[in-house]
Structures are given as structure tokens and as C-alpha cells.
Design a protein around this ligand. Sequence first.
Ligand SMILES: Nc1nc2c(ncn2[C@@H]2O[C@H](COP(=O)(O)OP(=O)(O)O)[C@@H](O)[C@H]2O)c(=O)[nH]1
Ligand SMILES: [Mg+2]
Length: 252
Amino acid sequence: MDRIYIYMIGTAGSGKTYLTQAFSDWLSFKRLNNIIVNLDPGAETLPYSPDVDVREWFTLEDIMLNYGVGPNGAQIIGADLISTRAIDIKDEIEQYDAEYIIIDTPGQMELFTLRRSSEVLIDLLDRKRSMIVYLFDPVVSKTPSGFLSLLFMSASSVFRLKLPQIPVLSKVDILEEEEVERVVNWSNDPDELYDELSGEGLSIELFHMLRDAGIFRPLIPVSAETGYGMDDIYDGIQEVFYGGEDMERLIF
Ligand SMILES: Nc1nc2c(ncn2[C@@H]2O[C@H](COP(=O)(O)OP(=O)(O)O)[C@@H](O)[C@H]2O)c(=O)[nH]1
Ligand SMILES: [Mg+2]
């Protein structure tokens, strides 16, 4: 069966875990077989019950005890341990008859994007059938410099993981309608953002760099709370794998 692996990536608190649940629920409602993989050994309570869960093999607590480290060190060791369990994760996934594999990554984005372990997992599962849903935190995205910073981080994750990416603006239910429109406009038309940047040297330099590299892409507004935008994520996924657009172009 052709599986599609969807990695949820974004800064801590951007809504990865709740979007994982909401998107899984939407797929199930549409009778599209899907499973959820939790890669966060530090997850205490999850709004969903994961079908595959790294905590089956190790938790943050275990690591702190076994390695004599604090929570931060344990997070890093946990991220590195994922590669040692990559085959087990793959085996468990393959026991399910699911086309969509939604992968919830650890809270701190760099634990996934910067560790070599993630590349091992992506390659082992199926790099060619993998993509990222990158979440823009709504509160950070509201200001021009915040938006530009998140765009920069999204570029860094694409550069590092070399996977196609769908950018979403998460939790839009907490923004005013005009705020959503404004941020989405920046993503559609970089000149709109340019006009609002305060004209400081560095942000202008950064702006030009990201625009020239083709990093600006239309943001999909979504809300795990209301279910808004789930169909647009689905359409985005279809476009990545079955659309006319060349995958290479989506990877920049
Ligand atoms: N209002 C609202 N809150 C959300 C939404 N998605 C997540 N949250 C809240 O934002 C916080 C962080 O979300 P979470 O999914 O755990 O973020 P993660 O660290 O990226 O996994 C939680 O307290 C959620 O209740 C949403 O769509 N709307
Ligand atoms: Mg989470």
C-alpha cells in the first residue's frame, strides 16, 4: 500500500499535537484510514490515543533516571534514541492498514529538525512519500518581524529535512478575521509584508533573501478547535503527491 507520511512541525506550543488530532479526526470522518505516531517521549497527556508511541520504548522519566540528566538533556537523548527504534516504529506502522500516517513531533522544533535521528527515521519509513505540515504560531505571526522569523525557521526545516512542506497558520480561532487576512496576505504577496517591515537593515536583508529563494508560499489558515481548514490541508497533501506541481519545486 502507498502510505503518506505527514510530519507535524512547528515551534513549541504552535499546535502540532492538537492539529494531529483534528486532522486525524477529519480523515476518519471522510473514511480515510489513518494512524497517529507520537514521537514525543515527554508527552504527559495527549488529546488522542496514539497508535504508535515512542513512550512504549522510553519516556523522558526513564532517560533522566538512566542517564542521570535533567529534562533538557533527556529531551536531546530522547530525540537521538528515536533512530535506535526506527525499525520498531516502522514495523508497528506496517501492522496497520492505513494510508495516512500522521507523525506528531516533540514540542521543541529543533529536537526534530536538527537531530540526525530524524533523517534516519524519514529515510527508513519512506522519504519519497513524506512531507511536512509546518505550523505558524498565530500570536508570533501577527507582527511582521514575528512572521518573518517563523518563515526563516520554516526555511531552515525544509533546508535541513529536504521534504516538501505545506505551511499552515494554526489556531486561527484566536485571531480576529482581519488579523488572519493580514498574515495570509503577507504570505501571498511579499510586497505587502515589505511595506510593513519597519525598514531596519537586517529585516529587509532577511526579507530579500527569503523572497529571492522562493520561500514565500500561501499560508493555509486552520483551527484544531473548530476544524477549519482541514480540507485545505488534505488538498495540499494531494497536490504534493499527485498534483502537477513538481516536488522539487516544493522543496525549493
Ligand atoms: N484556541 C485554540 N487553541 C489551540 C488550538 N490548537 C492548540 N491549541 C492550544 O494550544 C496549546 C498548545 O497546543 P499543542 O498542540 O500542545 O502544541 P505543540 O507543542 O505544538 O504540540 C494547547 O494548550 C492547546 O489547547 C486551536 O486550534 N485553537
Ligand atoms: Mg505537542
